[in-house]
Every structure is written in C-alpha cells, then in structure tokens.
Design a protein around this ligand. Structure first.
Ligand SMILES: NC(=O)c1ccc[n+]([C@@H]2O[C@H](COP(=O)([O-])OP(=O)(O)OC[C@H]3O[C@@H](n4cnc5c(N)ncnc54)[C@H](O)[C@@H]3O)[C@@H](O)[C@H]2O)c1
Length: 264
C-alpha cells in the first residue's frame, strides 16, 4: 500500500518511532496524519509540524481508541492505515532477580498498552475495513516479541502476545482484504531506550527512529507481515526454531553476563 492520499493514525506519535512515522507519512504525501498520544501537548506539536491533527488518548482505554477512530473518520474520512505504536518500557531488571516480579503492575500496564490497545483498534476498525474491503494495521512490536528481552519479563511476554494477536488478525481477515504488518526492531535511539538499563537490545547497534520509519514505509509498500529493521533478527529467529534448548542456553549466557556487569 502507498500512503499517498491516505488518512493515517499513529498512536504514541508524540515521540520516538511514532513521531518519525508521522513525519515519514507526511513526506510520503498522506492526506492527514493523526497523532494520538497520552502526551497531548507532544501530540499537538507533532501534528502541527506535519499539518495533521492530534488526539490526547490513552491507548489502554477502549473508549479512547474508539473516540480516535470515530472522530477521525467523522472529521477527515476513512482511515486507511492504523499504526498501534505506543509502548512503555516498565519493569526492567537487568539482574532478573525474579522473572515473576513482585507485583502485577508492570504486567498489567504492559498488557493494556502492548496488547489490548491492538485488540481495541481491531475491534473498532475491522467492521469498517470489512465494509470497505480494505484497511491496514501496522503494529509496532519489537524483536522482543519474536525472541525475548533479557531483564524484561513483562515487556517480552506482552510483546509475544502482541505478535500472537497480529498473526491471528492477519489470518482472520486476509479474506476481507485487511493487511497487517508487525514492525520488530531491536534497539532504536529513543527516550524509551535511553530510560532502560543498557543491554543486549543494543548489541547489533541502535538505529535512528527515522531509519526505522523508512523501513516501515518500505514494508508497507511491499505489504509484508514481518518488518525487520535489524536483519540479524531473522537469523536469531531461525536459530531459535532450529534448536530451542541451545537458544535458551545462549540467552541465559547473555543474562549471566548482564548480571556480572551490573553486580560490578
Ligand atoms: N526504542 C526501542 O529500542 C524499541 C525497540 C523495539 C520496539 N520498540 C517499540 O516501539 C514503540 C515506540 O517506542 P519508542 O522507543 O518510540 O518510545 P518513546 O518513549 O520514545 O515513545 C513512546 C510514545 O508512546 C506514548 N505512550 C506511552 N503510553 C501511552 C499510552 N498509554 N497511550 C498513548 N500513548 C502512550 C508516549 O507518550 C510516547 O510519545 C513501542 O511500542 C516500543 O515498545 C522500541
């Protein structure tokens, strides 16, 4: 799909990868870029820079997602592409003292933002996309949803669930003309990455948000399900499926090295 002449929504568009997506869609000639973010002032600033529109929205709340979709279609016209991109990096512990953590909080918050937000977007857009015989979901997930995230049990678990939901969304609605892509980078140089303990997510080098947005646009143009800005991830996925136990052993060595570094 080409975004030229299309209406596009980006959640988490006030910063980082989302902001770069908004800018790339605008440069590619999207008619209207809708910036939806819990940071209302940030969303308005990005919207102003791309001649778009802003919504303050918490993607973990169904009513907020429904409002963004209904108001966008009412004010501007049919949404062609909905990018569920908002995410959080809570609950990281490089020592991994206990993968189960000490409270539900990081799991519940990550579940709402990384998974239910994608479910709500589908719940309210699939009927519209089906009626039109077309529509596109781009879900920013992470290589952590395909491999894992050392020191980030809540992040890795919910990102895996996001991959699972996107697969099912694509399978359920291919026959209805609905397209789905998942964007799964490793380290990207954003506020989120800078707020986390340094770790193996940066092992293959951090990409700029602009580079990741460029890769996303190319992936959407090709209409491929899996968009991998770090190509190494494909090799790691192959290693994982080829020998799961060897892969767990390798990841555990990375965890051990991280513990050693942080305990120094
Ligand atoms: N930075 C990385 O290294 C990296 C790697 C892989 C995947 N990702 C994923 O990319 C996406 C974007 O991350 P980023 O690095 O640009 O982070 P970022 O912190 O720079 O930007 C995230 C944006 O999401 C918004 N947001 C957070 N919670 C929200 C909520 N409940 N409702 C609406 N908006 C909310 C924030 O206000 C912010 O504008 C996330 O899903 C993240 O998990 C990031």
């Amino acid at each position: 799909m080409q975004v030229t002449g299309k209406i596009v929504v980006v959640t988490g568009g006030a910063n980082g990868i989302g902001r770069a997506l908004c800018e790339a869609f605008h440069r590619a000639g999207a008619t209207k870029v809708i910036v939806a973010d819990v940071d209302g002032a940030g969303a308005r600033a990005v919207a102003a820079s791309v001649d778009g529109a802003a919504f303050k929205c918490d993607v973990g709340q169904e009513k907020d997602i429904r409002h963004v979709i209904e108001e966008t279609e009412h004010q501007f016209g049919p949404i062609a592409l909905f990018c569920s991109n908002a995410g959080i990096g809570g609950g990281f512990d490089p020592l991994s003292v206990n993968a189960g953590g000490t409270s539900d909080e990081p799991f519940a918050k990550s579940w709402a933002i990384h998974v239910m937000a994608h479910v709500y977007a589908a719940r309210h857009l699939v009927p519209r996309f089906k009626a039109r015989g077309e529509g596109y979901f781009l879900n920013t997930i992470s290589a952590a949803g395909l491999l894992s995230q050392v020191g980030g049990a809540a992040y890795a678990t919910t990102k895996h669930a996001a991959v699972g939901f996107a697969e099912n969304l694509a399978i359920s609605h291919k026959a209805h003309g609905i397209k789905v892509s998942i964007l799964c980078p490793q380290g990207v140089d954003t506020d989120m990455l800078r707020s986390l303990p340094k770790g193996p997510q940066s092992g293959d080098g951090d990409l700029s948000p602009a580079q990741v947005a460029k890769d996303a646009l190319e992936g959407i143009a090709r209409e491929t399900f899996l968009i991998l800005p770090h190509l190494q991830v494909l090799t790691y996925m192959r290693n994982k499926t080829e020998n799961y136990d060897r892969w767990i052993g390798g990841m555990a060595k990375i965890q051990a090295k991280l513990r050693e570094d942080y305990e120094k």
